[in-house]
Design a protein around this ligand. Structure first.
Ligand code: URA
Length: 247
């Protein structure tokens, strides 16, 4: 079936519609060997060979998306209880993408979605020690001693957590806003860590994977990541080859 070129590129996860238009204007897209650098072209992905920088686009293409997950969405591919799921927020993307590190229903913020299992596993595997940064609003005013206990590692569910880094961002009347950096991803880890020192997490947002920050991306919106973005996750060098991403 014929579709507009920028829609095909967006659906294949190559780029957002706007970025797809830029790729077209820059002459980086070809249909059956011919550069197409004007808007309005249509193609049939089942029949035509569409390339970006000479690399054919197909549904095997690896896609990396950073979503700003709002509270109230579940990080699963389907939900038997019929609650909203994160893929509802990406109607343009028809590929099956998996979340890299779940966020609780009520947690907000950075959620990487990809069909690249190797990259997903590397981010989650403790050996790569990819930091995940969270902002947590907690009850009360955690003392220096409690913060230090959390930083050194604390027992949750019978297992000691790895060292964490904590920074107090703002002390309010009966609440404190803290930044916590961990590289593990145990279930409800941040909530359980603070619970273990008698502070309840009232609001939780993941703000970064490594040095890839959620920044000004609005809640509920996503952006397609470039290879430079992926490098930021691993602080420079990606530990394996990534193909087919337009820079
Ligand atoms: N820690 C939590 O407690 N919840 C999350 O969603 C992520 C990390």
């Amino acid at each position: 079936m014929e579709e507009r070129l920028q829609k095909i590129l967006a659906k294949a996860g190559i780029a957002s519609r706007r970025r797809a238009e830029e790729l077209i204007r820059d002459g980086r897209i070809q249909i059956n060997g011919q550069v197409v650098d004007e808007m309005g072209y249509k193609a049939d992905p089942a029949r035509d060979t569409i390339t970006c920088d000479g690399t054919p686009i197909n549904l095997e293409h690896k896609v990396y998306i950073l979503l700003n997950k709002p509270a109230g969405y579940v990080t699963t591919l389907s939900d038997p209880q019929g609650r909203p799921i994160v893929s509802d927020l990406m109607p343009d993307i028809s590929l099956r993408l998996f979340p890299v590190g779940r966020l609780d229903l009520e947690t907000e913020g950075a959620l990487l979605m990809t069909n690249d299992g190797e990259l997903g596993n590397a981010i989650l595997h403790p050996s790569f020690e990819v930091n995940k940064t969270y902002e947590a609003l907690v009850t009360g005013s955690p003392s220096k001693e409690r913060i230090s206990a959390l930083e050194q590692g604390i027992e949750i569910d019978g297992v000691r957590t790895s060292p964490a880094k904590i920074r107090v961002l703002q002390r309010r009347k009966e609440q404190t806003l803290v930044e916590i950096i961990i590289h593990e991803g145990k279930k409800r880890q941040v909530r359980k860590m603070f619970q273990a020192v008698n502070h309840r997490v009232l609001h939780l947002k993941r703000t970064a994977y490594g040095n890839l920050r959620i920044g000004a991306l609005p809640a509920g919106k996503y952006r397609v990541l470039t290879s430079d973005d992926l490098k930021k996750i691993f602080s420079g060098k990606i530990p394996f080859t990534i193909k087919n991403i337009p820079a």
